[in-house]
Write a new protein. Structure first.
Length: 182
């Protein structure tokens, strides 16, 4: 098993073992920090995944964005091309369960949004290092999407998801800012 895969599996286990109180508290702390950030305040259109399992809770972040009249766009995976496309949602009624238990936009109900229109992209991941590199969930979708994405990227991480250094590959693109709960 390669190093990235080992790290990914270990972190998935660590996330599963987090108790509900810590999960809720840490997610809330991350939300508060994000909503106070200059990047959030300046962004009009925000790209963000709808969290599942023990990822940092993004549902309340999405709701805060709607309250602030921000345009919230969420990704849809197209496995045949291993690509992401983002669609604007205005309620959770416009999403459905898809493969890997992801919550994705129903594309017949939601407008497609060009990459250049997304001011801030909240990039998910499992492990992050101090240089902005990340290990995601293994599909490479975000690495491909970020290749020609020109605007701001932020990741949200529980403090135990931060490490000093990660193995890197040529196609890995660092995130510009990581917000942790500590």
């Amino acid at each position: 098993m390669d190093k990235k895969k080992q790290l990914r599996e270990k972190m998935k286990d660590n996330l599963k073992q987090m108790n509900d109180d810590d999960y809720q508290t840490f997610s809330y702390e991350l939300k508060k920090k994000l909503l106070r950030s200059k990047e959030w305040k300046e962004a009009k259109t925000i790209g963000i995944t709808i969290s599942t399992n023990r990822e940092v809770d993004t549902r309340s972040i999405i709701e805060a964005g709607w309250e602030e009249k921000k345009r919230i766009v969420v990704p849809k995976c197209f496995p045949e091309k291993k690509e992401l496309k983002f669609y604007q949602i205005n309620s959770f009624q416009e999403v459905e369960d898809s493969f890997y238990s992801l919550k994705e936009p129903i594309i017949t109900m939601t407008p497609f949004v060009e990459k250049s229109e997304i001011d801030l992209l909240i990039v998910p991941g499992l492990i992050f290092d101090e240089h902005g590199y990340r290990i995601g969930f293994g599909g490479g979708y975000y690495d491909r999407y970020l290749m020609d994405y020109a605007n701001m990227t932020i990741s949200l991480a529980f403090d135990f998801q931060l490490v000093d250094d990660l193995p890197k590959e040529n196609f890995d693109i660092p995130i510009q800012k990581i917000i942790s709960n500590t």
